[in-house]
Each structure stands twice: as C-alpha cells, then as structure tokens.
Design a binder for this molecule. Structure first.
Ligand SMILES: Cc1ncc(COP(=O)(O)O)c(C=O)c1O
Length: 444
C-alpha cells in the first residue's frame, strides 16, 4: 500500500494529502497546474470554475479583492460552451436523467466491443438517422474521428479506387484544425502546433480553403492518387471562416468527378451549432464521410464517431480498427440522448435565431465603432467578431474585459474573439453578451 498518498472527501472537501480543494485560491490552482501539469494550455488568468448554475451559467472563483477569503464566487455566462461540446446546455436534464438511470437502474457502464451490448443498436439507429448516413463507427475524442476518416480514405483508395499501395494523397485545407494527433498536426499548417513534433505523416497536401480553383488544379494534377479531401465546412479554430455559399456544392461536384472522397470534419460545426443539424446541410451537399465529436457527448463525456456511406465504411474489417471506449454502453446511451435532445429541442432552429440576434449585436457595435470592428460573422451560433490589426485592439484584453463583466469568451488569434454559447440560450443571454462586448470594445 502506498502510504504517502491519502485522498478523501467529495466536492470542496476533496482532499489530497492534506490539501482541500475548497481552500485553494485561484492563484494556488494556477501554481499547482504550473508545477504539476503540462503547459499545453494558457487558461484565463485568475478564474476557476467551480460548478454550473444552469444551462449556460458557470459559477467561478475569482480573487477576493479584500484579501480576507481565498476567493469570491461569481456568475459567468458561458459564451463558449467548451468549444461547442455543450450545445445541449450544461447538465441537460434529459441527458443527465438518462445517465443516472443508466448507472443506477440499468447498471451496465462498461463492457468491451468484443461482446455485444444492447445499447449499441439504439446508438447506431439514432446516429445513422440523424446524419442521413448508412453506417457509423464510434470513437472517443474528437481528434479520433478525422483520424479515422484519413485511415478509411487511404484504405478505400487502395481497395476501391486502385491507387498504388502507399501512394495515396489526402488533401486538407490550409488553416485547418483537426485536433492534436500526429495525423492532425501533419495536416496542420500552423507552425506552433508542429514545432518539434516531426517527422510528419507523408501523403498529406494542403490547399487554400474556399479556393475552388486551387482544388481543381490539384485534382487535375494528381487526382488519380488523391483519396480524399478532408475539410471543415466552416473553419472554427481558424477564426470562424465561412466559405462562399457555392464553395461546398462545387467541391462536392469536383470531388465526385475525380472519384475523390468528400470528408467533412463536423466535430465543431455539428450537432446544431451552425443552424442546421450538421453544417454541410446548410449547403445542400452529401459528404461521403463525416467526423463528429464534441456535442455528440452531450456535454457529459467524450463521444465521437465517423458516419459514412456503406461502401466506404465497409473497408473496415475486424482487427483493422478499434477503440476500447468507442461506443461502450455509457457512451452509447449518452450519444443516443445527445441526438434525441438535438432533435427534440430543435437546437439548430434556436441556433439560427439566436445567431442572427448575436450577429445583429456585432453589426450594431461595428456601426458604433467602425474604426475598431472589422467584421462580425458566423453561421447559427458559431460566431466571431474580428477587430482591426492594432496593438490596443487585442483579443486577450477583450477576453479579460468580458470576464470582468461576467461573460466567458476567448480570443482565437490576436484580434478575433469567438462566441459559441450553448444552443439553448435565449434572448436575455444573447443581449447580455452583446452588451458586455459593446462595453469592452468601447473601453479599448
Ligand atoms: C474541427 C475539429 N476537429 C477536431 C477537433 C479535435 O477534437 P478534440 O479536441 O475533442 O480531440 C476539434 C477541436 O476543436 C475541431 O474543432
């Protein structure tokens, strides 16, 4: 027995070797994370979330200005909802009820995929229906879904298209974000995410996003060896880059002509976020494969999957691909109820209406401060505003200003601030977010 480690209590009483988390100040949390954790994130300074109050309000701890207590607690409207992982709203009652029933009444949390469990059927029925696809392969983290699309498209290229072994090319878009695996960073054009992680996977080529001529040139040049084009319908991490309306229909037509798979990464844009159940549906196109994640787990746990046409998914054979927790019983239940909530609560419709209202706020702020705001943009509730390039128009400063006014949002790049609240938000929250942004922009 390890006598050096003692863990007791729950909640604020959770105590590890005499350190009770309810006693820690925001600074102490930061110190522990800096000393004991890897520095792969730079979280907002001086704020620690302690719980949620409702579907889009966080309770967080901030330094006590009087220095008498370790912290004070304040409400924070969640303008990001975990980068679209909580589209259904925090602790969505229907999903929580399903989890509780599952763990307490049903009592089947975990079995491996080598034995069937009864919830897989429900998940596959729901997921194929909502995605309008033939087949679905469950995975866990978001990054695993585009990774699997890459593997599927390579195998399809060799087995079905006749590309010579090991010569398949996967096209990606510049400024993409597909996660942090070696496939994803090999596909990335962001030097910060690649530095020191080479050698990268061969057979991946990037073309500019929203540039149909660049795609056509590449297809004419190397189409017989190109397996797929993996692309986000709207680039989220790049700063909510919305392509022209005819881009995806033309991409779909060109790829079909050259027998190249059209693979959309909807990890961030899926599950109602952009005002349609899946963003490609905004453009009336039918992809061959689609990657989903984030809100597929209903804000409770990581659930991801690839949905696709059967002749492509069918290149998988037992032993060729798998995942211990992909589609395990609890994930299958949560995934099913995440889909049920998406449909029953008409999340996409609300995203469309509330997104228009939020972009209306951006436009009003731009009209009031035309020298500061360059553009407000987005689809549904995947939105951002971009400021002009100037030292005082700093995205991080905006995030801190919003935090002081009770709104959580985070800059992406130096002059872009992304807003992607839960899809359950109503006028009140949108107007509070809009007013807070106006005040901060005014103060810059
Ligand atoms: C389009 C896209 N793909 C993949 C990922 C990776 O998802 P995860 O961080 O859950 O691995 C993200 C995350 O932001 C994303 O936006």
């Amino acid at each position: 027995m390890d006598k050096t480690l003692k863990i007791t209590g729950y909640g604020d009483d959770l105590t590890v070797n005499g350190i009770r988390i309810g006693d820690l100040s925001p600074q102490q949390h930061e110190d522990i994370e800096l000393e004991k954790g890897g520095q792969n994130y730079a979280p907002l300074e001086n704020v620690v979330v302690s719980r949620v109050l409702d579907s889009s309000t966080l309770i967080c701890r901030k330094p006590d200005p009087t220095h008498t207590k370790p912290y004070i607690e304040e409400e924070l409207i969640d303008g990001l909802c975990c980068y679209s992982a909580v589209n259904q709203g925090q602790l969505n009652q229907e999903i929580v009820d399903a989890v509780v029933a599952h763990l307490t009444t049903e009592q089947i949390p975990t079995v491996p995929r080598s034995i069937r469990h009864k919830y897989m059927a429900a998940f596959l029925l729901a997921a194929t229906e909502v995605t309008k696809m033939d087949k679905v392969v469950p995975k866990v983290a978001g990054v695993e879904a585009p990774e699997l699309m890459a593997k599927l498209s390579r195998r399809w290229a060799y087995q079905k298209k006749g590309v010579p072994q090991d010569e398949a090319i996967i096209l990606v878009a510049e400024e993409n974000f597909h996660g942090r695996s070696l496939f994803a960073v090999s596909a990335s054009t962001d030097q910060e995410s690649k530095e020191g992680f080479g050698p990268f996977l061969p057979g991946i080529e990037a073309i500019p996003f929203n540039d149909i001529d660049a795609l056509e040139r590449k297809l004419i040049e190397k189409g017989d060896r190109i397996a797929s084009f993996i692309v986000e319908p709207i680039q989220g991490e790049a700063g909510v880059i919305v392509p022209s309306d005819d881009y995806h229909p033309r991409v779909a037509a060109l790829l079909k002509k050259h027998n190249v798979l059209y693979c959309v990464d909807e990890v961030q844009t899926g599950f109602g976020r952009t005002g349609a159940n899946f963003a490609h549906m905004l453009y009336g196109v039918q992809p061959d494969l689609m990657a989903c994640g984030k809100a597929a787990g209903g804000g409770i746990m990581p659930v991801s999957f690839v949905a696709g046409k059967k002749d492509i998914i069918n290149v998988l054979t037992p032993g060729s691909e798998g995942s211990t927790f992909g589609g395990f019983p609890l994930a299958a239940v949560i995934g099913t109820y995440a889909i049920k909530t998406l449909v029953d609560a008409a999340l996409a419709e609300n995203a469309k209406a509330m997104g228009e209202r939020l972009i209306g706020h951006f436009n009003a702020i731009k009209a009031e401060f035309p020298d500061k705001i360059k553009e407000g943009r987005g689809k549904g509730l995947l939105t951002a505003f971009e400021m002009f390039n100037a030292p005082h128009l700093n995205g991080h400063k905006v995030s801190l200003g919003l935090l002081a006014r009770g709104v959580y949002a985070k800059e992406t790049h130096t002059n872009i601030v992304r807003l992607a609240p839960a899809l359950t938000v109503r006028n009140r929250e949108i107007d509070l977010i809009g007013e807070a942004i106006r005040e901060v922009v005014k103060s810059l």
